[in-house]
Design a protein around this ligand. Structure first.
Ligand SMILES: Nc1nc2c(ncn2[C@@H]2O[C@H](COP(=O)(O)OP(=O)(O)OP(=O)(O)O)[C@@H](O)[C@H]2O)c(=O)[nH]1
Ligand SMILES: [Mg+2]
Length: 192
């Protein structure tokens, strides 16, 4: 559920970048942050504690304008994908309005993508979120790998149907398309 500030006349949606360790989540966020005009974006904040390494920032997506006179704001979050951060990853999903799952196209990481996605589904379920009704975009990142996994191969194994995109986060390819896709899905499903 988005956070609505009645005095600021703002609606804030939370988008979580989720995925296995080293798939490119932080690279996506940094690229988006760098691409935005300074007056539209908040500071890139990195919270490093012993239990948690969270990275987040918020921004006003200009092209989406207002909803019923309210400014729209997005809060983007990511935390490390390694196994030992499982508790934080679950917490991070609390109140999420949508998820970008950043998959690693390196064929050696195929199984890690699957495990991470399954854990995400469990975590969403623990918040009573029905993943089939929830905005999820699957980003096949690292498409510059010569033997990259086939687009669609993860959905087959996971038996899911979600919009997917290809990306090379290090060069920014596909990064803005991904955030636009998830934003639109979130806004379309929202009523004030
Ligand atoms: N070749 C290639 N490398 C990439 C791409 N995207 C990210 N990387 C590299 O992969 C490594 C991990 O990227 P991060 O963005 O830190 O990955 P992460 O998902 O945030 O990792 P954790 O926070 O540890 O879960 C870095 O060395 C990136 O430069 C890509 O599209 N192609
Ligand atoms: Mg990271």
């Amino acid at each position: 559920m988005p956070y609505i500030s009645y005095d600021k006349k703002e609606i804030s949606f939370k988008i979580v970048y989720y995925g296995p360790g080293m798939s490119g989540k932080t690279t996506n966020l940094m690229y988006i942050h760098n691409s935005l005009a300074e007056n539209l974006r908040g500071e890139l904040v990195s919270l490093d504690t012993e239990e948690e390494r969270t990275l987040f920032f918020d921004f006003f997506p200009l092209e989406l304008g207002q909803i019923a006179g309210y400014d729209v704001k997005f809060n983007l979050y990511t935390i490390p994908g390694q196994i030992y951060y499982e508790a934080s990853r679950k917490l991070m999903l609390e109140g999420a309005d949508g998820v970008v799952f950043v998959a690693d196209s390196n064929p050696l990481r195929f199984d890690r993508n699957i495990t991470s996605y399954e854990m995400m589904l469990d975590n969403l379920a623990s918040y009573h979120i029905d993943a089939e009704q929830f905005p999820i975009v699957l980003q096949y990142n690292k498409r510059d790998f010569p033997d990259a996994i086939e687009r669609g191969s993860l959905e087959k194994v996971l038996e899911i149907q979600v919009p997917s995109l290809e990306a090379v986060a290090t060069s920014g390819e596909g990064v803005m398309e991904t955030i636009r896709t998830i934003s639109k899905m979130i806004i379309e499903g929202f009523e004030l």
